[in-house]
Write a protein that binds this ligand. Structure first.
Ligand SMILES: *Cc1c(COP(=O)(O)O)cnc(C)c1O
Length: 354
């Protein structure tokens, strides 16, 4: 039986995507060939890459606005480094909202001065700092829209005159925003866009070419843009599955369609966390993530019972990250509302029988 999959990443994808992806391994487009054995320079695959790139921009409302979409490798973690390599000349401003932001900061420090404009480390990153200013002389400002581990999400972004870079790994394509406020967006595919193995980078071309250092070709955004994201062999299958997922998303009514569903899922879980005296939310209420809900049991003595109940109910991937403990329900785009209802039923059942 298919599990209710709350895994934080790699994560659930739509069943139809899994089916189409399986078929493409056996016979891609009735070509008599598997997608795994064709040249990445063949028309069949170039079409996949081009559609994936253009559909990404279309869904984000960024067509014809000077942006390029790339499907790279190395995960979001390589972007921590590439962003600084390509954009940091003297000083960059970073908002520290958790583990991933902290890693991005560490990489940027290899290339220049880093001004951490604010941090929520003092309360184990359970909130988003609000009062800070981004220095006008920074080469760029970097933030993390959704903090996968701590379950916080930025609801507002600062107005700045400097380029804005955002790690959207765990909430890209989940909510409507004016994406043109950002100059560079990156996201590892495996949280909300596809399988592990590729990273989407959306970049406004005019922010490039301003640093004086020499950049190795593979780490240079320009090389990848000039070769239409085919500078070297891309992660063919991961890009293809991402495309299937993006097509699925478009059929759901795009980002605005899926956002409605995501809101309902988040409302359902958070209202249970708030109403059920056996549970306590981890993240500050106003900063709660609609993708990853973090919560704890009030009494440790109930842990064994609760863990058995959700596992018996067919739920997978609810254990919290080791740096937070407790539980984390990741509710990415493909997770149905019914799965959240099953979890909520298990939680309220625990209260009734406690
Ligand atoms: C998972 C995650 C990363 C790291 O992604 P990799 O693809 O494993 O390098 C970075 N940022 C955020 C917000 C994440 O959730």
């Amino acid at each position: 039986m298919k599990k209710h999959n709350f895994s934080a990443g790699p994560c659930i994808l739509p069943e139809t995507v899994f089916q189409e992806a399986s078929q493409a391994i056996l016979d891609y487009n009735n070509s008599g060939l598997s997608i795994l054995e064709i040249s990445h320079r063949s028309k069949d695959f170039v079409d996949v890459m081009e559609e994936a790139r253009s559909l990404s921009l279309e869904l984000l409302g960024l067509e014809n606005k000077g942006y390029k979409a790339l499907f790279l490798q190395g995960g979001a973690s390589l972007e921590f480094l590439m962003v600084a390599y390509n954009l940091l000349e003297k000083k960059a401003a970073y908002l520290n909202t958790g583990t991933w932001a902290d890693k991005a900061i560490k990489e940027a420090k290899l290339f220049g001065e880093v001004d951490v404009v604010a941090s929520s480390e003092n309360r184990n990153f359970n909130y988003i700092p609000k009062k800070y200013t981004v220095p006008e002389d920074a080469d760029y400002f970097h933030c993390t829209s959704n903090n996968t581990i701590f379950g916080t999400q930025m609801k507002r972004f600062p107005k700045t005159s400097v380029p804005m870079v955002c790690d959207m790994s765990s909430d890209i394509f989940s909510r409507e925003m004016d994406f043109s406020k950002f100059d560079l967006i990156y996201a590892g595919a495996q949280k909300n866009m596809g399988p592990a193995g590729t990273t989407l980078v959306i970049i406004k071309e005019d922010i490039l070419g301003k640093v004086s250092r020499k950049i190795p070709a593979m780490l240079n955004y320009k090389s990848h843009i000039d070769k239409d994201s085919m500078y070297n062999t891309p992660a063919v299958y991961a890009v293809y599955i991402s495309l299937l997922n993006l097509r699925w998303l478009k059929a759901q009514g795009g980002i605005s369609g899926i956002e409605e569903k995501n809101k309902k899922k988040a409302q359902l879980i958070y209202s249970e966390i708030d109403i059920n005296p056996l549970f306590k939310g981890f993240a500050a209420e106003e900063d709660r993530s609609k993708m990853n809900a973090t919560f704890n049991l009030v009494k440790d003595s109930l842990k064994e019972r609760f863990d058995k109940s959700w596992k018996d109910a067919g739920i997978n991937g609810l254990t919290g990250h080791r740096s937070v403990g407790g539980y984390r329900a990741s509710m990415y785009n493909a997770l149905p509302l019914e799965s959240v209802q099953i979890l909520v039923d298990v939680m309220s059942d625990l209260e009734r029988k406690a």
